[in-house]
Ligand binder design. Sequence first.
Ligand SMILES: C[S@@+](CC[C@H](N)C(=O)[O-])C[C@H]1O[C@@H](n2cnc3c(N)ncnc32)[C@H](O)[C@@H]1O
Length: 184
Amino acid sequence: MYLSAKPVIAPTLRRRTAPVPSEVRKFAEMIEENEMVLDLGAGTGHKTVFLCTATKGDVYACDICEEFVEELRKLIGFKAFKCDVRDLGDVPDNYFDKVLCWHVLMFIPKEDLDRAIEEIKRITKDGGVVLYGFYRVKSALNPDFTNPETFREASRYVCEKTGDVLEFRCKGRDMCYCFVKVRK
Ligand SMILES: C[S@@+](CC[C@H](N)C(=O)[O-])C[C@H]1O[C@@H](n2cnc3c(N)ncnc32)[C@H](O)[C@@H]1O
């Protein structure tokens, strides 16, 4: 048991030292002093740490995985919490100015995707900005994000359903991202 449990977290922790994608750096530049920021589906906090150090925002982070939330708590204390993007529960409406949702929504079953997008819109202020990242991955729970024929379209769907798309780009057939201004 001990041996099988350890590697689950270890590779993710190592990723904390991985380079931060240029899109996330650009997102950080958009964050103004004291703005409310959420790293949604933060894992063990690779980008949370970056957002805390590179911005003057008030950075929160959440994840569905309790082990990851424990790691996040070591980084940002009470500002880390357990969440399920499909039901963000106690998070008040219009709470965050900026939301990072990087490499998360592929792991939401297709039938739950609209609910997840609605929740992201609910907790983000009108005019707030969401940065989504998507990558094509076999373990995605939504098959649209595994198929190279539908990957781009599925990514675009999320962006357009969230609000006004400020920028939508794909790198080849396997990676897309978008900046979206939330419209209520
Ligand atoms: C590929 S990792 C990305 C982690 C982080 N965003 C990053 O870029 O380093 C996907 C993360 O999404 C989280 N996740 C999956 N389903 C979720 C859900 N329903 N609600 C919140 N987080 C979820 C996973 O636990 C995992 O930490």
